[in-house]
Design a protein around this ligand. Structure first.
Ligand code: FAD
Ligand code: SF4
Length: 468
């Protein structure tokens, strides 16, 4: 007798072997075959009231698209996903599914959830390979010009939605390549750049004009855009200014913010030096501070750059690490070590000013703080030294002042993030909208996309509704 779907084990994702993958920057997770996808899709119970959908910030119609995978109609599956998610090949790879759709899957209550993210990636990859273009194309309305400042997932979603509805969209990106964190932050081994590139090409095919090396607040401003006839502006500039530890010795040669380290590797292709011009700062004993996705990406990049030892220093314990589960597991498989319940006191350097070690102390967990996590406190007399020639600080980010300082009419909250109307995403300046990390603080790709879509819906209703 065949097993009930709920009893079938979750289908594993084939991956590059750890010993091999630390020698290259190719994608680690290799994707489902047709047979694997069919097997995994058949586990879905097709719940009448799907909780997984409620767990997804953009409410992808999950059981419906999975039913099409079971039937083998991938065009239909892709069409269904694209009605609410404009970057499924990205989300299928990087969403923290265990806290979102898969966390709510009824199968997760008693065993293993359906691998929704992996199925979403499978459908999207198939569609990108076969150039399936979903949805109908609406004629352009040259008189309705919309500007997006920044080109991360928030702007890409906002711009894509409006272009598909006929607006003339121009995107202004400060860096020399568009894509935001998808390009400069998340490494190729987790999110291949050709996947992002294909999504960008889809936008360009919708006539979105992406201008790079344009900095909002200097080369282009809110006032100049309105003077040029733009009807609405979406601000999706992210929050890319790093926090530091604020301990002595942080200015030694060899101490990097994760932003700089990852941008050099990903955007500057330092791993391909000298084929590319960005030099790689190679460390043999690398210490990474932090335990989120950014810390995992930095640690795994250092390993691939040839480090002998990579330690992650975290003041809480493994159970509290906020990174995606899969990234934590992959990092440990690759030989990254965790020094949990540890925190830095100071960095120490050579006479030449180069980092050579970091002094740490042990921590213990006390009562839960306002975030619900047990707060760490210092264990007196527990100091120890860790030899280190490269330190990477991944403690989070805050807003970059470039655009904000040049736009004083924007209302900001106490932490410097842009305040928006919750329903519309509109800022204190009429017809200027904002979304993504610049509003929420560092969050997730899918939340940034949800914010871009919300603002785009309001912009479309306000300006495109009148063109019939
Ligand atoms: P961003 O992606 O930051 O894009 C903003 C863009 O605006 C950038 O291209 C920037 O150059 C540009 N810009 C900034 N200022 C200006 C200006 N003045 N003028 C013009 N352009 C400007 N989330 C997940 O869901 N899963 C993950 O696995 C994950 N991993 C991550 C790993 C790393 C290393 C990092 C840094 C973040 C990660 N995140 C992850 C978080 C996620 O990437 C962000 O929440 C998301 O990218 C925010 O999107 P955004 O569009 O608001 O901004
Ligand atoms: Fe899950 Fe993210 Fe896809 Fe939503 S977009 S279904 S949360 S993987």
């Amino acid at each position: 007798m065949s097993q009930k779907p709920a009893k079938l084990p979750r289908t594993d994702m084939p991956c590059q072997a750890p010993a091999k993958r630390i020698t290259n920057f190719d994608e680690v997770a290799l994707g489902y075959t047709d047979e694997m996808a069919a097997a995994e899709a058949s586990r879905c119970l097709q719940c009448k009231k799907p909780l997984c959908r409620q767990g997804c910030p953009v409410e992808v119609r999950i059981p419906e698209f999975i039913a099409e995978v079971v039937k083998g109609d991938l065009c239909a599956a892709y069409d269904i996903i694209k009605t609410t998610n404009s970057l499924p090949a990205v989300c299928g790879r990087v969403c923290p599914q265990e806290k979102q759709c898969e966390g709510e899957c009824i199968l997760a209550k008693k065993g293993e959830s359906v691998a929704i993210g992996r199925l979403e990636r499978y459908v999207a990859d198939k569609a990108l390979c076969s150039n399936i273009v979903p949805g109908k194309v609406i004629p352009k309305s040259p008189e309705i010009k919309v500007a997006c400042i920044g080109s991360g997932p928030a702007s890409l979603t906002c711009g894509g939605y409006l272009a598909a509805r006929g607006a003339t969209v121009t995107m202004f990106e400060g860096l020399h390549e568009p894509g935001g964190v998808l390009v400069y932050g998340i490494p190729n081994f987790r999110l291949p750049k050709d996947v992002v590139c294909q999504e960008l090409n889809n936008l360009k095919a919708q006539n979105v004009d992406i201008k790079t090396n344009w900095v909002g607040g200097t080369t282009v401003t809110v006032d100049s855009l309105f003077e040029e006839g733009y009807k609405a502006i979406f601000v999706g500039v992210g929050a890319g200014l790093p926090y530091f530890l604020d301990v002595p010795g942080e200015n030694l040669i060899g101490v990097f913010s994760a932003n700089e380290y990852l941008t050099r590797a990903n955007l500057g292709r330092s791993y391909n030096f000298p084929d590319y011009d960005t030099p790689n700062y190679a460390g043999q004993s690398v210490t990474v501070f932090g335990a989120g996705n950014v810390a995992m990406d930095a640690a795994r990049t250092a390993k691939r750059m040839g480090a002998e030892t990579v330690n992650i220093v975290y003041r809480r314990s493994r159970a509290e690490m906020p990174a995606r589960h899969e990234e934590i597991e992959h990092a440990f498989e690759e030989g990254v070590n965790l020094l949990e319940l540890s925190a830095p006191i100071r960095f120490e350097g050579t006479e030449a000013g180069r980092l050579c070690s970091v002094k740490l102390h042990k921590m213990e967990l006390g009562e839960p703080d306002e975030s619900g996590r047990r707060s760490p406190r210092k264990v007196e007399g527990s100091e120890f030294d860790l030899p280190t020639d490269l330190a990477i600080i991944a403690l989070g980010t805050r807003p970059n002042p470039l655009f904000i300082d040049a736009t004083p009419a924007l209302n900001l909250n106490k932490k410097g993030y842009i305040v928006v109307d919750q329903e519309s995403g509109e800022t204190s300046i009429p017809n200027v909208f904002a979304g993504g990390d610049i509003v929420t603080g560092a969050a997730t790709v899918i939340l940034a996309m949800g914010a871009g879509r919300k603002a785009a819906t309001v912009i479309a209703e306000r300006f495109l509704g009148e063109i019939k």
